[in-house]
Structures are given as structure tokens and as C-alpha cells.
Design a protein around this ligand. Structure first.
Ligand code: IPE
Ligand code: IPE
Ligand code: MG
Length: 238
């Protein structure tokens, strides 16, 4: 299929999985896989942008990933630190708007500062929106959203009858973005692992055996080619 014939999804979400297994296969520590995965992510953002994708959301660290050995968590947090700081200049050079979703208060204060700074300094960019999920869990996000709505009901600015799907979407971290059109999960696992459960209601899923550190533009094109052939019916008939 020619690139010109592809239907380019507006919003692609990726569960970047398989860093640890990729490294283990090379007799290297799992953390080597995370470092490689971070490089692949930078390239994927460029590739997504060049293909005309408008939103790229990536799952970088889940609310469950704190259960991993402390050393691994620290290496991942250091990768975020480095990325968040260097990204300001890179995103501005490439007109990328960067946003972070997930619960921030559990992160180190300097990481929170770096997130706020990156979001603020790139907020007027008009190219691709790059959304990174850090300490993100769909159940946590929905729980926080429900609490926000409940507070409004309690203070009298919202009545329970007014609560609808749109209002719930608007209470989530992803309030400013459209739902993903295509979800990619690498490395063979076929589950959501607590990622965007509300937002993926009508998203097309694509699973590949390729581990995240081996992902590249060709793999992205394969996923989009599959997506191009899907018939999205949204419960209707055609
Ligand atoms: C994904 O790779 C990165 C994070 C979850 C932070 P993994 O670290 O889960 O790699 P595998 O799945 O153990 O191979
Ligand atoms: C999901 O991958 C989280 C991220 C990619 C950040 P995991 O490797 O943590 O998921 P499980 O444990 O296989 O479900
Ligand atoms: Mg994994």
C-alpha cells in the first residue's frame, strides 16, 4: 500500500511494552531497554508528525509500575527528568505541544516542575500534540474525575441529572483531546493494563510481537495500514 492511500488516524495511542524482555534477550539489565525505548520514542514522535498524525499519546509509567524494584523505578524517573528538560527546546524547534497525563503529586518535585515548565513553554505550538502518561492509571483518572464532579454536586453548581458522557470525558486528564483512533501495543501482550479505558471505547486495536525498542516507522506504517482497512461502525449498520 502506498503511503498516499493510507487513512491517517488523527490520534494514535501506544502502550510501549517489552523494554525489559528486549534487554534480557541481549543479556543486558532491564534498564538498558528503557534507555533504548526512550530513544525510539523520540524517533516515533518525529515519524508520527511526518505522517500527519495530530495527537500521539504514549504510556510511559503506570500507577502499577511503582511495584517494580526501586532501582528500575529510579532509572525510569531519571529518563523522564532528562527528557522533560531537553524536550523544551526540541518541541519548540519542531512545533510540538507537549502535555502530561496522570497523577502528578506522587512524582519528585523537580519532575513536577519540569512537567509544568514543558507544558507552559510548548502550549502555543500548533503542530502535533504529544501526550505522555506518567503515573497514569485509567481507574485512578476516572476516580479523580468522579470526585471532581461529586464536589460540584456537593457545592450545588451541578445537578446529578446533568451528568452525561461528555461531562465525564471533560473531567478526565484527557479533557482537551479527542479519543484515540488507533491503539498500538508492542511486545505481544494483548491487554490494556489500565490504559485509557474510557477513551478507548471505539478505538481500533493493533497488537504486534515487536518489542518497543525495535519499533520503527515501518512498524508504525504497518499498524496504520491495518487501521486503514478497518470498518468503524460505532454500533451502526453499513
Ligand atoms: C515497558 O516495558 C516500559 C514500562 C512499563 C515502564 P517493560 O518494562 O514492561 O518491559 P517488559 O514487558 O518487562 O519486557
Ligand atoms: C503497561 O505495561 C505500562 C506501560 C507500558 C507504561 P506493563 O508491562 O506495566 O503491563 P503488564 O504488567 O504487562 O500488564
Ligand atoms: Mg511490560
Amino acid at each position: 500500500m502506498n503511503v498516499e492511500d493510507l487513512k491517517i488516524p488523527e490520534h494514535v495511542a501506544i502502550i510501549m511494552d517489552g523494554n525489559g524482555r528486549w534487554a534480557k534477550k541481549r543479556h543486558m539489565p532491564r534498564t538498558y531497554g528503557h534507555a533504548q525505548g526512550a530513544k525510539v520514542l523520540e524517533q516515533t514522535l518525529e515519524d508520527a508528525d511526518s505522517l500527519g498524525i495530530k495527537y500521539l499519546t504514549v504510556y510511559a509509567f503506570s500507577t502499577e509500575n511503582w511495584a517494580r524494584p526501586l532501582e528500575e523505578v529510579q532509572v525510569i524517573m531519571n529518563l523522564f527528568r532528562d527528557y522533560l528538560i531537553s524536550a523544551v527546546e526540541k518541541c519548540n524547534r519542531n512545533n510540538v505541544r507537549c502535555r502530561v497525563i496522570g497523577e502528578r503529586s506522587k512524582l519528585d518535585p523537580d519532575i513536577i516542575d519540569a512537567i509544568n515548565n514543558l507544558e507552559e513553554k510548548t502550549k502555543n505550538n500548533t503542530g502535533i500534540t504529544f501526550i505522555v502518561a506518567i503515573n497514569y492509571g485509567s481507574r485512578d483518572e476516572i476516580t479523580r474525575g468522579v470526585k471532581k464532579l461529586a464536589e460540584k454536586v456537593k457545592e450545588g453548581s451541578l445537578s446529578p441529572e446533568e451528568i452525561d458522557g461528555e461531562l465525564i470525558s471533560g473531567s478526565l486528564d484527557t479533557a482537551d483531546f479527542p479519543d484515540p483512533d488507533l491503539l498500538i501495543r508492542t511486545s505481544g501482550e494483548e491487554r490494556l493494563s489500565n490504559f485509557l479505558m474510557w477513551q478507548l471505547a471505539y478505538t481500533e486495536f493493533y497488537f504486534t510481537e515487536v518489542p518497543w525498542p525495535d519499533f520503527n516507522k515501518n512498524e508504525l506504517l504497518k499498524a496504520i495500514e491495518k487501521y486503514s482497512g478497518r470498518d468503524r461502525r460505532y454500533g451502526n449498520v453499513k
